[in-house]
Design a protein around this ligand. Structure first.
Ligand code: 0RA
Length: 666
């Protein structure tokens, strides 16, 4: 997960009817980039790389490419190279231009060549390399084909060097090399983050075990490289997802094709309790699941239940095993290829194709039954684990009933310490979850009570990564959060019942604060994931420093801002002293301006209500960070690393990210 500033994405276009039809081709892309790549922030920027790589992956899926490299060059341009067939260079009949030029300059041209491929339509991916070309200050393409090296160059989508041959090859090697410089007229930032690039490349390498992907950052001072090639594919991916969680048995791997749909599934059970299923369609993570996920769950429940019955494993118990019981401690990856995927849902990441459900369901039913026959030991372990889950579920139900009787979980009975707002339309209100009673007090006094609610929390909440659901539900702080949000949790989660449009976490800018924030995020991630997926979770950014000179006060959110304020004050001072003639020494021994007091806020509680409002809560002036599920696989691992058993990976993570501490919020 990563964060983006909580300001609207895109480039502020208004879609007035008159301008829509006039624009054609790549000009349209430059006019409304957000329509093609989602936004013009960091996310959209990195999408450019993914778009080019997706084309290479398509070559790999077609069976022609097994090596891809992604290099961030010293000037921050990016080179993506593959050993596929190379983009065709012959004259394209319809357009009377070389195919290469068409692919680079006509929207969605890629698909025209190859109808039998698994292209993604509707989602963000699959818009074509021409979009990347349109949004690049320049782009150079080299194609190796017919023992020749062809070259072409573009500026902001326009061809500046027509097709030419720049070299001859002795051997019949083929491939495509694309280098592009993102256009800083379009993007808010053109600074690529190596970690964001590798997260996606690692994921692609796990999903496509025949492909090796090399990544390299060659920018001065940040040199790094990685090679991703996982011959075990999804089986290795499951292990990666699990981090230090211990599997109960060897990973089950199922592969096959039903109804023209290639299906691949890998899963195992671990000693923990959380359910971690990741589903992909054409290499795209379907956060919201869909028919492939439904098919998998149905097959799992059905096959395991009939296996348990057939082998008399439920003899001495009255318990019936539900689907949830069969998914406790399950880590699974489902990857399907769908020719014409239909995406639905809030974020267009939910697969709608009904034939995919039966494809996955039939294949998994069949192959899992076979596997269990051949591995009775594994079957027994899984059923036993599920029985324990069912018992715990029963205990959780009792705890929940108890809690409900205490009214803590009922949405109409709000927790006593919640200071609610007066407006009731969720769209227009927000809740601050605040660390500690004293900060809670300041926030209550400082807020705009019409639309801002405050929920103070006492101390730490439970680490949900390590606890069973019934224990979690007994925790007072968690009960208060659930009750205040009103939307339920887990299988009973209902976004429509959410009482606030924004959930803002406000913790101290110290180690404890960041720990509490991680605990809260872990809870939200595990039990109210849709809040994160739909972008409703934010992190408040209280200032770190106050600079005071006489009656004037300035707030700084980091060291850089603090130093800028000091510089400004110093310049003003100099101006003032040069016109005065008394020659008083205005600086102390360290060169600081006299009369300036810098204080570092240790906690939110140190700010008075007005200061808290001005710096952190006033929507007109505050900055809040939106929590995004950028890469589900890595977010999952991150929580495991931060909240799980192993100390060493946690230490390494914190060490590596120490310099970004203010952004450590996953
Ligand atoms: C159109 C047709 C063919 C391949 C490609 C495009 C292609 C595009 C990219 C972009 C990056 N790497 C790529 N590799 C291939 C089919 C070529 C044929 O039929 O020979």
């Amino acid at each position: 997960m990563s964060e983006q500033k909580g300001i609207p994405n895109g480039n502020g276009n208004d879609y007035s009817a008159s301008s829509i039809n006039v624009l054609k081709g790549l000009e349209a892309v430059r006019k409304r980039p957000a329509m093609y790549i989602g936004d013009v922030g960091a996310r959209g920027l990195h999408h450019l790389i993914n778009e080019v790589v997706d084309n290479s992956i398509d070559e790999a899926l077609a069976g022609y490419c097994d090596t891809i490299s992604v290099v961030i060059n010293p000037d921050n341009s990016v080179t993506v190279e593959d050993n596929g067939r190379g983009i065709p260079v012959d004259i394209h009949e319809e357009e009377q231009k070389s195919a290469l030029e068409v692919v680079m300059t006509v929207l969605h041209a890629g698909g025209k060549f190859d109808k039998n491929s698994y292209k993604v339509s509707g989602g963000l991916h699959g818009v074509g390399v021409s979009v990347v070309n349109a949004l690049s200050e320049w782009m150079r393409v080299e194609v190796k084909r017919d023992k020749k090296i062809y070259f072409m160059e573009f500026k902001r989508g326009d061809m500046t060097t027509p097709l030419k041959v720049i070299g001859k090859l002795k051997e019949d090697v083929t491939g495509t090399k694309v280098t592009f410089m993102p256009d800083d007229e379009i993007f808010k930032t053109i600074n690529f983050k190596y970690d964001t690039v590798t997260a996606r490349m690692r994921e692609l390498a796990y999903l496509n075990r025949n492909v090796s992907i090399a990544c390299k950052d060659t920018r001065e001072g940040s040199e790094e490289e990685d090679l991703f090639h996982f011959k075990g594919g999804l089986v290795e991916f499951v292990a990666y997802m699990d981090g230090s969680r211990k599997p109960l048995h060897k990973t089950i791997y199922i592969e096959g094709e039903r109804e023209n749909t290639p299906v691949e599934v890998a899963f195992h059970y671990n000693e923990e309790f959380s359910e971690n299923i990741f589903s992909y369609v054409n290499n795209i993570n379907t956060h919201e699941g869909g028919t492939h996920l439904v098919g998998f769950k149905a097959a799992l429940t059905r096959t395991l239940n009939s296996y348990a019955a057939k082998n008399n494993l439920l003899k001495n118990t009255k318990i019936t095993l539900s689907g949830d019981d069969f998914r406790e401690g399950l880590t699974a990856i489902i990857s399907v290829k769908v020719m014409e995927p239909q995406f639905e849902g809030q974020t267009k990441t939910k697969l709608g194709n009904s034939e995919t459900k039966s494809a996955v369901e039939t294949l998994v039913n069949e192959k899992l039954a076979e596997f269990l026959e051949e591995n009775p030991g594994v079957g027994k372990k899984i059923v036993e684990k599920s029985l324990r889950a069912a018992e715990a579920r029963e205990a959780a139900r009792k705890a929940r009933d108890l809690a409900r009787r205490k009214n803590a979980l009922d949405s109409f009975d709000l927790p006593g310490k919640l200071a609610d707002c007066s407006i009731t339309d969720p769209e227009h209100c927000e809740v601050y979850i605040v660390e500690g009673d004293s900060a809670g007090g300041s926030a209550k006094q400082g807020r705009d009570r019409r639309f801002q609610a405050i929920l103070p929390l006492k101390g730490k909440i439970l680490n949900v990564e390590k606890a069973k659901l019934h224990k979690i539900l007994e925790n007072n702080e968690i009960q208060a959060i659930i009750a205040a949000m009103g939307c339920g949790i887990d299988t009973e989660f209902d976004l429509a019942k959410l009482r606030y449009g924004k959930l803002i976490l406000m913790t101290d800018a110290d180690v404890d604060g960041s720990h509490i924030r991680t605990l809260l995020l872990t809870f939200l991630y595990r039990y109210m994931k849709d809040l994160i997926i739909t972008g409703k979770v934010y992190i408040a950014q209280p200032p770190l420093y106050k600079v005071k000179k006489g009656k004037e006060e300035f707030y700084a959110f980091d060291e850089k801002e603090r130093d800028e304020i000091l510089k400004r004050l110093r310049a003003n001072q100099r101006k003032a002293t040069s016109t005065e003639t008394d020659g008083t020494e205005e600086y102390d021994d360290e060169g600081n301006i006299k009369g300036v007091v810098i204080s570092r806020y240790k906690g939110l509680g140190e700010m008075n209500p007005l200061q808290l409002w001005e710096t952190t809560m006033n929507p007109e002036t505050r900055t809040i960070l939106q929590v995004n599920l950028e890469n589900a696989a890595d977010a999952n691992r991150l929580f495991e690393v931060l909240m799980g058993d192993d100390v060493e990976p946690r230490r390494l993570f914190i060490e590596k990210n120490a310099k970004y501490v203010r952004n450590l919020d996953i």
